[in-house]
Write a protein of this length. Structure first.
Length: 199
């Protein structure tokens, strides 16, 4: 009788094992691969990496409208400075703004012997801090309609709201319009202007 009970128990065990679902891994003795639940987070390797923001120099380099400005920054030796921590607010003249200067002005400024003058012109377009359009507009309103911006060069620019846009007036009375505002960079902000400002 013991044999009969043992035979029935073995038969039941084999039957149960044969009827249960198996995987090839389980049959081979390997641990089954876990199945991710719908609520499981995606593996770290599958996430999209954040795009690194460019600094003010690399942002200008990427713009086809600022090749003259980039050449001038390189000639003045200001690349490393403007790649620094900042923050910087740059009023960046487009190529057409440089083209509008009197004949020979850009060529003269780009000569090695004119490096000090070129540096003065370029740093006159840079204001310390991160002055975005909203901040600049608030400064203009708080100052009764004209905000005075102290530049890295040491001179001043006068900012106003004119015809719904921001204008900058340099020490010589030249007026530049901000045509594109708030180009964000990792170390500041760029505002595109349509004229070269002169200290």
């Amino acid at each position: 009788m013991n044999r009969t009970v043992l035979s029935v128990a073995l038969l039941a065990a084999f039957t149960a094992a044969a009827c249960s679902p198996k995987t090839a891994d389980a049959e081979a003795g390997a641990a089954p691969m876990p199945v991710a639940e719908a609520s499981d987070p995606a593996p770290a390797e599958a996430t999209t990496p954040a795009v690194e923001q460019k600094d003010v120099v690399d942002t200008a380099i990427a713009s086809p409208d600022h090749t003259t400005l980039v050449s001038a920054v390189q000639a003045a030796g200001l690349v490393d400075t403007l790649k620094g921590a900042g923050p910087f607010t740059v009023f960046a003249p487009v190529n057409a703004a440089f083209d509008a200067l009197p004949a020979g002005t850009v060529d003269t400024l780009l000569k090695p012997e004119s490096k000090a003058d070129l540096t003065a012109v370029l740093t006159y377009h840079v204001v310390p801090g991160n002055v975005d359009a909203a901040t600049l507009t608030q400064q203009i309103q708080a100052s009764g309609g004209t905000a005075t911006l102290k530049t890295v060069q040491g001179g001043e620019l006068k900012a106003q709201v004119t015809d719904g846009g921001v204008t900058l007036t340099d020490a010589n009375g030249n007026v530049a319009k901000v045509t594109t505002a708030d180009l964000k960079a990792s170390n500041g902000v760029i505002h595109v202007v349509d004229k070269v400002l002169m200290p």
